[in-house]
Design a protein around this ligand. Structure first.
Ligand code: S3P
Length: 426
């Protein structure tokens, strides 16, 4: 589906509710299934990635039904059953990596895979620790499909050189089912900590000490979980309001977990006008509303420990940087090449089609602003939802209509994206 985005001629205005966080939704259904009991999840994401997690759980014998648009009921059997089919994670890295940690301790063999894009992404990062714990895994050259022969796992103390919440969660989930003793995971910078927060809310035996998390063998207890709005989805609206003149919008119910708010810190440093309203705690997660107005932006350097706190927002930060006076440099973000697309390459190629002054580097990019964006030719999203939405936001301030190919990839995380944009474009 080709989407034509017309430039926005007046300010964005209105109040919208941001749909459920993807990372927290995945964890809520997996951890509820691990209680082997019945639990309710309120406001579960309707994005395709989170529905893939539900399908994988269903293939293991879990009953996961939406009671209505807003409520998901998980009913998990006393023991998972050997799946009769290959488990399909679709486009979702979180599904395959977290579920690998669960499958490694089952008393059956299973195969888990995903779509063409997921089959190109690195899986050695989860294979290595799971094999150290005793699992036997067959792969296609360290890529999916993964055939996992579950076993009684041994605990490990694992040190990983990349800050990765998916690898951390995989190891902790395997550690939860290890035979005896604590399993720990250490990373160089703190990645998102939803696993730690949710498991401790569910009374699992988990502790954090700096960048090390440890878990003792245990089962989480069933709890009613409420999923807040996704700051990574909110980011496209925050950026749109910051660059479309005369904008003033309010985003309701956004997750403000400090391991995810790098985008707020960076935008404020660039000069954006962002106000947090009604800050509160819900199911162990910080939540609030956000007011964002248009303002002049300036270029900055983004590097080191802030990178994991905004890793998914770098494509939209690149769009912001085209509208900031001076140079914006992103460094230390090599893992961006392993996402739904090689985001360093794809953001540079597509923003260049808008005439942006952007230069690719091995671990990031350098952008000179401020540039009047003018699209030429067809914009591609390379099976990558965040690239599709970044192009849309760039299209709002472009000199003429922009055309985005295969725009349906937004459904991976944010099927409501265009309808919500339309609401603030009136
Ligand atoms: C996620 C962790 C991050 C992030 C992804 C979701 C998670 O990946 O990019 O969109 O839910 O744990 P890495 O763990 O590979 O950094």
């Amino acid at each position: 589906m080709i989407n034509t985005v017309n430039p926005q001629t007046k300010g964005l205005n209105g109040i919208i509710e941001i749909p459920a966080d993807k990372s927290i939704s995945h964890r809520s259904s997996i951890f509820s299934a691990l209680t082997h009991n019945k639990a309710t999840i309120k406001n579960y994401s309707h994005g395709e990635d989170c529905l893939s997690t539900l399908n994988v759980l269903r293939a293991l014998g879990v009953d996961a039904e939406f009671k209505n648009d807003k409520e998901l009921i998980i009913n998990s059997p006393k023991k998972f059953t050997k799946p009769q089919t290959i488990l399909d994670s679709g486009n979702s890295g979180t599904t395959i990596r977290l579920m690998s940690g669960v499958l490694a301790s089952q008393d059956f063999e299973s195969t888990i895979t995903g779509d063409q894009s997921l089959q190109k992404r690195p899986m050695k990062r989860v294979i290595t620790p799971l094999e150290m714990m005793g699992a036997k895994i067959l792969s296609n050259n360290n890529k999916a499909p993964l055939t996992i022969c579950g076993t009684r796992l041994h605990p490990i103390d694992y040190n990983y050189e990349i800050a990765s919440a998916q690898v951390k969660s995989c190891v902790l989930l395997a550690g939860m089912h290890a035979c005896d003793g604590p399993t720990s995971f250490t990373e160089p910078f703190k990645s998102r900590d939803h696993t730690e927060k949710m498991l401790s809310y569910m009374n699992a035996d988990i502790t954090t000490n700096g960048n090390t998390v440890s878990i003792n063998p245990c089962l989480p207890e069933p709890k009613t979980l409420i999923i807040p709005g996704d700051i990574s989805s909110a980011a496209f609206f925050m950026a749109a309001a910051a660059i479309v003149p005369n904008s003033d919008i309010i985003l309701k119910n956004v997750n403000l977990n400090p391991t995810r708010t790098g985008i707020v810190d960076v935008m404020k440093q660039m000069g954006a006008d962002i106000e947090i309203l009604d800050y509160r705690l819900e199911c162990n997660e910080e939540v609030g509303d956000m007011r964002i107005k248009y303002s002049e932006l300036k270029g900055i350097t983004i590097e080191k420990d802030i990178i994991p706190r905004l890793i998914d927002e770098l494509p939209i930060i690149a769009v912001l940087a085209t509208q900031a006076e001076g140079t914006t440099t992103v460094k230390d973000a090599q893992d961006l090449r392993n996402k739904e697309s090689d985001r360093i390459k794809t953001i540079c190629s597509e923003l260049a089609k808008f005439n942006a002054k952007i230069k690719e580097t091995p671990d990031g990019f350098i952008i000179e602003g401020k540039t009047k964006l003018t699209p030429s030719g067809m914009l591609e999203c390379y099976h990558d939802h965040r690239l599709a939405m970044s192009m849309y936001v760039a299209g709002l301030i472009a000199g003429k209509p922009s055309q985005i190919n295969e725009f349906q990839w937004v459904n991976t995380s944010f099927p409501e994206f265009e309808a919500l944009m339309e609401r603030i474009r009136v």
